[in-house]
Design a protein around this ligand. Structure first.
Ligand SMILES: CCCCCCCCCCCCCC(=O)SCCNC(=O)CCNC(=O)[C@H](O)C(C)(C)COP(=O)(O)OP(=O)(O)OC[C@H]1O[C@@H](n2cnc3c(N)ncnc32)[C@H](O)[C@@H]1OP(=O)(O)O
Length: 225
Protein backbone atom coordinates (compact mmCIF):
# COMPACT_ATOMS: atom_id res chain seq x y z
CA UNK A 1 0.00 0.00 0.00
CA UNK A 2 1.20 3.55 -0.63
CA UNK A 3 2.53 5.32 2.45
CA UNK A 4 3.50 8.86 3.45
CA UNK A 5 7.14 8.45 2.38
CA UNK A 6 8.31 11.24 0.08
CA UNK A 7 8.12 10.47 -3.65
CA UNK A 8 10.98 11.31 -6.01
CA UNK A 9 8.45 12.31 -8.68
CA UNK A 10 8.60 16.08 -9.19
CA UNK A 11 6.76 17.47 -12.20
CA UNK A 12 7.31 21.04 -10.94
CA UNK A 13 11.08 21.19 -11.40
CA UNK A 14 10.80 22.92 -14.78
CA UNK A 15 8.32 24.26 -17.33
CA UNK A 16 8.71 21.06 -19.36
CA UNK A 17 5.61 18.86 -19.41
CA UNK A 18 6.46 15.60 -17.64
CA UNK A 19 5.99 12.61 -19.97
CA UNK A 20 3.29 10.03 -19.13
CA UNK A 21 4.31 7.01 -17.03
CA UNK A 22 3.30 4.52 -19.74
CA UNK A 23 1.90 4.22 -23.26
CA UNK A 24 -1.50 3.60 -21.59
CA UNK A 25 -1.39 7.09 -20.03
CA UNK A 26 -0.04 8.59 -23.26
CA UNK A 27 -3.16 7.25 -24.99
CA UNK A 28 -5.33 8.62 -22.17
CA UNK A 29 -3.78 12.07 -22.56
CA UNK A 30 -4.62 11.90 -26.27
CA UNK A 31 -8.22 10.93 -25.59
CA UNK A 32 -8.57 13.69 -22.95
CA UNK A 33 -7.32 16.24 -25.50
CA UNK A 34 -9.78 14.91 -28.11
CA UNK A 35 -12.59 15.31 -25.54
CA UNK A 36 -11.48 18.88 -24.75
CA UNK A 37 -11.65 19.65 -28.46
CA UNK A 38 -15.09 18.02 -28.62
CA UNK A 39 -16.30 20.21 -25.71
CA UNK A 40 -14.97 23.30 -27.44
CA UNK A 41 -16.70 22.31 -30.69
CA UNK A 42 -19.96 21.54 -28.90
CA UNK A 43 -20.19 24.95 -27.24
CA UNK A 44 -19.16 26.85 -30.39
CA UNK A 45 -21.16 25.11 -33.12
CA UNK A 46 -24.77 24.84 -34.32
CA UNK A 47 -25.05 21.49 -36.16
CA UNK A 48 -28.37 20.04 -37.26
CA UNK A 49 -30.46 18.34 -34.57
CA UNK A 50 -30.00 15.08 -36.47
CA UNK A 51 -26.22 15.36 -36.31
CA UNK A 52 -26.39 16.22 -32.60
CA UNK A 53 -28.48 13.10 -31.89
CA UNK A 54 -26.18 10.95 -34.02
CA UNK A 55 -23.17 12.29 -32.09
CA UNK A 56 -24.87 11.49 -28.75
CA UNK A 57 -25.54 7.90 -29.85
CA UNK A 58 -21.97 7.40 -31.13
CA UNK A 59 -20.47 8.82 -27.94
CA UNK A 60 -22.77 6.70 -25.74
CA UNK A 61 -21.54 3.59 -27.58
CA UNK A 62 -17.92 4.63 -27.04
CA UNK A 63 -18.62 5.32 -23.38
CA UNK A 64 -20.10 1.84 -22.95
CA UNK A 65 -16.98 0.27 -24.48
CA UNK A 66 -14.67 2.26 -22.18
CA UNK A 67 -16.82 1.61 -19.08
CA UNK A 68 -16.56 -2.10 -19.73
CA UNK A 69 -12.87 -2.09 -18.73
CA UNK A 70 -11.32 -2.35 -15.23
CA UNK A 71 -12.52 0.66 -13.19
CA UNK A 72 -10.67 2.62 -10.49
CA UNK A 73 -12.55 5.39 -8.78
CA UNK A 74 -10.14 8.21 -7.99
CA UNK A 75 -6.37 8.58 -8.05
CA UNK A 76 -5.94 6.65 -4.78
CA UNK A 77 -7.63 3.53 -6.20
CA UNK A 78 -5.42 3.75 -9.30
CA UNK A 79 -2.32 4.11 -7.06
CA UNK A 80 -3.39 1.08 -5.01
CA UNK A 81 -3.07 -1.12 -8.11
CA UNK A 82 0.68 -0.33 -8.15
CA UNK A 83 0.47 -0.61 -11.95
CA UNK A 84 -0.47 2.97 -12.83
CA UNK A 85 2.25 4.98 -11.07
CA UNK A 86 2.49 6.71 -7.71
CA UNK A 87 -0.16 8.92 -6.12
CA UNK A 88 1.82 11.97 -7.30
CA UNK A 89 2.03 10.70 -10.87
CA UNK A 90 -1.69 9.93 -10.86
CA UNK A 91 -2.55 13.34 -9.45
CA UNK A 92 -0.52 14.86 -12.29
CA UNK A 93 -2.70 12.93 -14.78
CA UNK A 94 -6.12 13.18 -13.14
CA UNK A 95 -6.19 16.48 -11.21
CA UNK A 96 -9.23 18.64 -12.00
CA UNK A 97 -7.18 21.73 -12.92
CA UNK A 98 -3.82 20.46 -14.13
CA UNK A 99 -4.46 16.82 -15.05
CA UNK A 100 -3.45 16.09 -18.63
CA UNK A 101 -5.59 12.92 -18.69
CA UNK A 102 -8.64 14.73 -17.31
CA UNK A 103 -10.71 16.32 -20.10
CA UNK A 104 -12.31 18.79 -17.66
CA UNK A 105 -8.93 20.22 -16.71
CA UNK A 106 -7.72 23.27 -18.63
CA UNK A 107 -4.21 21.78 -18.32
CA UNK A 108 -2.57 24.25 -15.93
CA UNK A 109 1.22 23.87 -16.23
CA UNK A 110 3.18 25.03 -13.18
CA UNK A 111 6.74 24.97 -11.98
CA UNK A 112 9.18 26.42 -9.44
CA UNK A 113 12.29 28.48 -10.20
CA UNK A 114 14.07 28.69 -6.86
CA UNK A 115 11.51 30.12 -4.43
CA UNK A 116 9.31 31.60 -7.18
CA UNK A 117 6.36 29.79 -8.72
CA UNK A 118 5.26 30.17 -12.35
CA UNK A 119 2.36 28.83 -14.35
CA UNK A 120 0.68 28.89 -17.75
CA UNK A 121 -2.85 28.04 -18.79
CA UNK A 122 -5.35 28.85 -21.55
CA UNK A 123 -9.11 28.55 -21.14
CA UNK A 124 -11.30 27.95 -24.19
CA UNK A 125 -14.99 28.67 -24.70
CA UNK A 126 -16.05 25.79 -22.42
CA UNK A 127 -14.78 27.93 -19.51
CA UNK A 128 -16.87 30.99 -20.37
CA UNK A 129 -18.60 32.93 -17.59
CA UNK A 130 -19.18 36.57 -18.58
CA UNK A 131 -19.34 36.75 -22.42
CA UNK A 132 -15.80 36.34 -23.75
CA UNK A 133 -14.25 35.88 -20.33
CA UNK A 134 -13.27 33.06 -17.99
CA UNK A 135 -15.81 32.09 -15.30
CA UNK A 136 -14.70 33.46 -11.91
CA UNK A 137 -15.02 30.02 -10.33
CA UNK A 138 -12.43 28.67 -12.75
CA UNK A 139 -10.17 31.67 -12.06
CA UNK A 140 -10.37 30.83 -8.34
CA UNK A 141 -9.81 27.11 -8.99
CA UNK A 142 -6.75 27.81 -11.15
CA UNK A 143 -5.33 30.12 -8.47
CA UNK A 144 -6.08 27.57 -5.73
CA UNK A 145 -4.23 24.83 -7.57
CA UNK A 146 -1.34 27.14 -8.38
CA UNK A 147 -1.01 28.39 -4.79
CA UNK A 148 -1.20 24.75 -3.66
CA UNK A 149 1.87 23.97 -5.79
CA UNK A 150 3.70 27.20 -4.84
CA UNK A 151 3.42 26.33 -1.12
CA UNK A 152 6.05 23.60 -1.74
CA UNK A 153 8.68 26.40 -1.80
CA UNK A 154 7.88 26.89 1.90
CA UNK A 155 8.98 23.33 2.68
CA UNK A 156 5.66 21.63 3.39
CA UNK A 157 2.33 20.94 1.75
CA UNK A 158 -1.18 21.06 3.05
CA UNK A 159 -4.81 21.56 2.17
CA UNK A 160 -6.38 24.91 1.35
CA UNK A 161 -7.81 26.42 4.53
CA UNK A 162 -8.82 29.75 3.05
CA UNK A 163 -8.61 31.28 -0.41
CA UNK A 164 -9.01 34.97 -1.12
CA UNK A 165 -9.33 36.21 -4.70
CA UNK A 166 -9.54 39.82 -5.82
CA UNK A 167 -10.85 40.03 -9.38
CA UNK A 168 -9.28 43.18 -10.84
CA UNK A 169 -10.51 42.86 -14.43
CA UNK A 170 -12.16 40.13 -16.51
CA UNK A 171 -9.81 37.31 -17.57
CA UNK A 172 -10.02 36.73 -21.34
CA UNK A 173 -10.78 33.36 -22.95
CA UNK A 174 -8.45 31.84 -25.57
CA UNK A 175 -5.51 33.82 -24.26
CA UNK A 176 -2.23 32.58 -22.81
CA UNK A 177 -2.52 33.30 -19.09
CA UNK A 178 0.55 33.57 -16.86
CA UNK A 179 0.75 32.95 -13.15
CA UNK A 180 3.41 33.95 -10.68
CA UNK A 181 3.49 33.43 -6.96
CA UNK A 182 5.56 32.98 -3.84
CA UNK A 183 5.37 31.95 -0.21
CA UNK A 184 4.67 34.93 2.01
CA UNK A 185 5.24 33.20 5.36
CA UNK A 186 5.34 29.85 7.13
CA UNK A 187 4.03 29.56 10.67
CA UNK A 188 4.11 26.02 12.04
CA UNK A 189 1.73 23.91 9.93
CA UNK A 190 0.40 27.01 8.15
CA UNK A 191 1.79 28.41 4.89
CA UNK A 192 0.52 31.67 3.38
CA UNK A 193 1.05 31.98 -0.36
CA UNK A 194 0.25 34.84 -2.75
CA UNK A 195 -0.18 34.79 -6.52
CA UNK A 196 -1.24 36.84 -9.53
CA UNK A 197 -2.94 35.81 -12.75
CA UNK A 198 -1.94 37.82 -15.83
CA UNK A 199 -3.32 38.18 -19.36
CA UNK A 200 -1.28 40.08 -21.95
CA UNK A 201 0.99 41.30 -19.16
CA UNK A 202 -1.89 42.79 -17.11
CA UNK A 203 -2.87 41.38 -13.73
CA UNK A 204 -6.50 40.18 -13.86
CA UNK A 205 -6.68 38.60 -10.39
CA UNK A 206 -4.67 38.59 -7.17
CA UNK A 207 -4.99 35.92 -4.53
CA UNK A 208 -3.82 34.77 -1.15
CA UNK A 209 -4.19 31.24 0.17
CA UNK A 210 -3.67 29.77 3.62
CA UNK A 211 -2.56 26.15 3.40
CA UNK A 212 -2.58 23.90 6.44
CA UNK A 213 -0.50 20.77 6.75
CA UNK A 214 -3.07 18.38 8.22
CA UNK A 215 -2.65 16.96 11.70
CA UNK A 216 -3.52 13.49 10.37
CA UNK A 217 -1.53 11.45 7.88
CA UNK A 218 -2.19 11.10 4.17
CA UNK A 219 -3.20 7.50 4.85
CA UNK A 220 -5.85 8.64 7.34
CA UNK A 221 -7.03 11.38 5.01
CA UNK A 222 -7.18 9.72 1.63
CA UNK A 223 -7.14 5.94 1.97
CA UNK A 224 -10.37 4.08 2.56
CA UNK A 225 -10.31 1.06 4.88
C1 LIG B 1 0.85 16.47 3.53
C2 LIG B 1 -0.56 16.73 3.22
C3 LIG B 1 -0.71 16.96 1.80
C4 LIG B 1 -2.11 17.18 1.44
C5 LIG B 1 -2.24 17.15 -0.05
C6 LIG B 1 -1.61 18.35 -0.64
C7 LIG B 1 -2.26 18.62 -1.92
C8 LIG B 1 -2.08 20.07 -2.20
C9 LIG B 1 -2.89 20.42 -3.36
C10 LIG B 1 -3.34 21.81 -3.20
C11 LIG B 1 -4.13 22.24 -4.35
C12 LIG B 1 -5.55 21.83 -4.26
C13 LIG B 1 -6.19 22.54 -3.16
C14 LIG B 1 -7.45 21.87 -2.76
O1 LIG B 1 -8.35 21.73 -3.52
S1 LIG B 1 -7.53 21.32 -1.18
C15 LIG B 1 -9.29 21.02 -0.99
C16 LIG B 1 -9.96 22.16 -0.30
N1 LIG B 1 -9.62 22.15 1.10
C17 LIG B 1 -10.18 21.28 1.93
O2 LIG B 1 -10.98 20.44 1.59
C18 LIG B 1 -9.70 21.36 3.36
C19 LIG B 1 -10.73 20.77 4.31
N2 LIG B 1 -10.27 20.97 5.67
C20 LIG B 1 -9.43 20.09 6.24
O3 LIG B 1 -9.07 19.06 5.68
C21 LIG B 1 -8.93 20.45 7.59
O4 LIG B 1 -9.83 21.33 8.22
C22 LIG B 1 -7.51 21.12 7.56
C23 LIG B 1 -6.49 20.13 6.99
C24 LIG B 1 -7.51 22.40 6.73
C25 LIG B 1 -7.11 21.49 8.97
O5 LIG B 1 -7.27 20.38 9.76
P1 LIG B 1 -6.33 20.08 11.03
O6 LIG B 1 -7.03 19.07 11.84
O7 LIG B 1 -4.96 19.74 10.60
O8 LIG B 1 -6.33 21.51 11.69
P2 LIG B 1 -6.42 21.87 13.22
O9 LIG B 1 -7.82 21.87 13.68
O10 LIG B 1 -5.41 21.06 13.99
O11 LIG B 1 -5.97 23.41 13.17
C26 LIG B 1 -4.61 23.79 12.95
C27 LIG B 1 -4.57 25.30 12.88
O12 LIG B 1 -5.16 25.73 11.60
C28 LIG B 1 -6.31 26.56 11.85
N3 LIG B 1 -7.30 26.21 10.85
C29 LIG B 1 -7.82 24.99 10.60
N4 LIG B 1 -8.63 25.05 9.54
C30 LIG B 1 -8.61 26.32 9.09
C31 LIG B 1 -9.22 26.97 8.02
N5 LIG B 1 -10.02 26.35 7.16
N6 LIG B 1 -8.98 28.28 7.86
C32 LIG B 1 -8.16 28.94 8.69
N7 LIG B 1 -7.54 28.36 9.72
C33 LIG B 1 -7.77 27.06 9.92
C34 LIG B 1 -6.77 26.24 13.26
O13 LIG B 1 -7.47 27.31 13.84
C35 LIG B 1 -5.44 26.00 13.94
O14 LIG B 1 -4.82 27.26 14.17
P3 LIG B 1 -4.06 27.55 15.53
O15 LIG B 1 -5.10 27.43 16.59
O16 LIG B 1 -2.99 26.50 15.64
O17 LIG B 1 -3.50 28.94 15.35
Amino acid sequence: MPDDSPSTFNPFASAEITPPVSSHWAAKRELAQALRELSNTLVTSAPSEELLKQASATISELNKALANSPRYYGSQEFANTQEHGSRGELNYELNAIGGLSNPLSPGLNMWLEGKLAFGKVKCGYAYEGPPGFVHGGYVAAILDQFLGMAQIAGGQSGMTGTLHVRYLRPTPLNTDLDLRGSVDRVDGRKTVVTAELLANGEVTARSEGLFIRPSNTLKEMFEKD
